[in-house]
Design a protein around this ligand. Sequence first.
Ligand code: SAM
Length: 191
Amino acid sequence: MEHALQEQDRRPWNRVYVLRLGHRPGRDKRITTHVALVARAFGANGFILADVVDEGLKESLLKIEKSWGRGISYFEMGVNPVEYINKWKRDGGEVIHLTMYGVHVDFVIDEIKRSNRDKLVIVGAEKVPRIIYDLAHYNVAIGYQPHSEVAALAIFLDKLFSGSELYLEYSGARLRIIPEYNGKKVVRCRH
Ligand code: SAM
């Protein structure tokens, strides 16, 4: 915990939001839920679903937050991604699109960490429209092999937070894990 707090104090930015593109309700529900859970668990504080509204996704996230605390303080669905990105940039924020065609994360991560601008991290599903590449300040590759938006997001956030996000615990949690070498110990928190 101490490690996490110290890291947080040194951060020059406040918001890290994840924008999920290309979600197809039904077909992508599970993977988009995993994108949202990774965003939350790995330190992002906002999640935005582009173009569509999926109440099932919202319910899944709320259920987790009810038990494990409030990580995502901003949640929105059905937004026009181009308008959202343009507004984010007008407000002074930085836009990072994760794509295997971009520059290797190791070349840009220090610059991204040093800048005091809020971060909008974009992940796709199927083919991402060209305009997203053009609007992004950084098109960032998590290696040059095709894999998954869940893995790409987790690794990017881990590098952004230098691993400190793995110590996060969120306020309002009803449950808390007591780590054990063998077995599962979960306690209820009193508020
Ligand atoms: N061929 C697709 C494209 O046009 O980008 C790849 C789709 S992939 C199944 C879904 C998402 O995972 C991508 O939009 C990207 O955000 C992320 N992704 C997959 N591999 C990646 C990598 N090596 N680096 C960064 N992001 C990656």
